[in-house]
Design a binder for this molecule. Structure first.
Ligand SMILES: [Zn+2]
Length: 92
């Protein structure tokens, strides 16, 4: 596997330990230096604004998976996340 590409620092992210990288399925990843692991960037971004439940998913209201703007993100159930994504699914 190739090294992750560092795209930019996330807007509104205070910690210098976080770098936004391209990850699986187009979702951004933050490298968390203190925990020494990758975290889903959009979950980290919304986590700065509100506490997140492990059972809940974070939906991109703008449909852009790399986006980390908290005002473009909403915590929803998995069922709701799948329901919202259906109109955007590409069929071949
Ligand atoms: Zn967005």
């Amino acid at each position: 596997m190739s090294a992750p590409t560092i795209l930019s620092l996330g807007a509104g992210v205070q910690s210098t330990a976080l770098a936004l990288m391209s990850g699986d399925h187009g979702y951004g990843r933050f490298w968390d230096a203190s925990a020494r692991c990758n975290r889903l960037a959009h979950r980290v971004a919304l986590g700065f604004r509100q506490a997140l439940s492990d059972e809940m998913q974070v939906d991109h209201l703008c449909r852009n998976r790399i986006c980390v703007r908290p005002d473009h993100l909403e915590e929803v159930t998995q069922q709701e996340n799948i329901r919202r994504a259906l109109p955007f699914r590409v069929t071949r």
